[in-house]
Design a protein around this ligand. Structure first.
Ligand SMILES: [Mg+2]
Length: 338
């Protein structure tokens, strides 16, 4: 494919090219791209809003991150934050800082991933901005979502004796990142980055094409269940759990042997000489949901596919602790991002 320099189109031409076939599908989207501001109508509903900034070299590495995947992921991680409030993402605005290195086709690729994510999750692109940047690619996405009054779920609602639940499995995205970083070092200086990742597809997918757990909310809602508190796991289970404890003024007991870990994650952690529980606790970028539920829902939730009970909420005075496989109690510590 030919590479068209952005300067050939100019800023307005570029925006037109990237957004010309964008259609609005949500009732709350009244006017999208094309005026000074988008117009939304949430008539009586709660409006949720979240924003995320991604910088090249800090948050992503284009050596191994395809632009289409980056567009997809940049959108999905914002949707995940709206789902974590028990809401539905409806609109995004997309702002890009673009260096000379990027062509029109590069940005079209990015938009392809962005549009695919929006199509799958039912979200409209309603605006944005582009500017040239001196170095690298800078992506800022703001997502607006809809909440049902009285059903918005916060970090602050966990109660003593609640069940601690998590969706999916943890640590895979982090091991995917480790794998990509290792291969990048191996292939350094070679023109084609083309390593053999056979058997490790799941880890790569979790890193390069994460999904937001819309499906888990649908399952919970079908059962008439509203979590008492919820957060999505972007920085790692330990730090998210500490957020819930802090905001809810509770403590927790997390059982190491209950943390869901995929087989490939365990194999790769061993290869890297890493403790797989540490990977699951501190890895991050899983975009699974961590939530609490009243104890009486125990049986119902144990039988729910894709959800795992990993511990309990307790009194604040007991602190936040991990019960290790050998029964010893370890104080939970947040690592967060570096
Ligand atoms: Mg979040």
């Amino acid at each position: 494919m030919g590479k068209t320099e952005i300067s050939l189109l100019g800023e307005f031409g570029l925006i037109r090219r990237l957004t010309e076939n964008i259609r609005l599908s949500n009732q709350s989207s009244i006017v999208g791209i094309g005026d000074d501001a988008a117009v939304l109508d949430y008539s009586g509903r709660e409006v949720l809003m979240t924003t995320d900034l991604l910088l090249e070299g800090i948050h992503f590495d284009l050596t191994y991150f395809p632009l289409k995947h980056l567009g997809y992921k940049a959108a999905v991680i914002n949707f995940s934050d709206i789902y974590a409030m028990n809401g539905q993402p409806k609109q995004i605005t997309v702002s890009l800082g673009i260096s000379k290195r990027f062509s029109v086709e590069d940005l079209e690729e990015f938009y392809e991933g962005l549009k695919l994510a929006c199509e799958i999750y039912g979200v409209d692109i309603v605006g944005g901005d582009t500017s040239s940047s001196l170095t690298g690619l800078c992506i800022s996405i703001t997502c607006i979502g809809e909440g049902e009054k009285g059903k918005t779920v916060y970090r602050k609602g966990a109660k003593n004796t609640d069940l601690l639940c998590v969706s999916g499995d943890l640590g895979a995205a982090y091991m995917g990142l480790q794998l990509l970083e290792r291969e990048k070092t191996v292939f350094k200086g070679e023109p084609d980055f083309n390593p053999d990742f056979a058997g490790k597809e799941y880890l790569l997918e979790r890193q390069l094409k994460p999904e937001a757990r819309k499906d888990i909310l649908e399952t919970l809602s079908r059962e008439g269940i509203v979590p008492t508190s919820m957060i999505d796991i972007s920085d790692g289970l330990a730090s998210e759990l500490l957020h819930i404890c802090h905001e809810s003024k509770v403590g927790c007991l997390l059982y190491e042997d209950r943390i869901p870990i995929d087989y490939q994650t365990a194999v790769m952690a061993e290869q890297f000489n890493m403790n797989v529980s540490t990977v699951a606790l501190n890895g991050g970028e899983d975009y699974e949901l961590l939530f609490t539920l009243p104890l009486e829902l125990h049986e119902k939730i144990e039988n729910m596919e894709g959800v795992h009970v990993i511990g309990y909420v307790c009194d604040e005075s007991m602190g936040a602790n991990l019960i290790a496989r050998d029964g010893t109690e370890i104080k939970l510590q947040a690592q967060g991002w570096t």
